[in-house]
Design a protein around this ligand. Sequence first.
Ligand SMILES: [Cu+2]
Length: 92
Amino acid sequence: MVGQTGAYGTTSNVFSPVNLTVGVGTTVTWTWVTSGHTVDSGPDCSPDGRFSSNGAQAAGFTMTHQFNTAGTYPYLCTTHCGVGMKGTITVQ
Ligand SMILES: [Cu+2]
């Protein structure tokens, strides 16, 4: 979930779950709950291009990525990374 709505209708600039562990070969789907967020792979607010939503997307948008190699895949929202909107996919 990307930017789900928090208490009193406020936007939470977070991914949920923050950390997700999946098996090799799993396709992960991100679903935008609120608008204006990106999903971009990369550590520490530095997109590395391994996967991307190609810019900020609106509520209702979905994207998928299949993880075929074990490892740790940090990702972020470029709009809100500065306030901590980051997540990690662990593939094992
Ligand atoms: Cu965001």
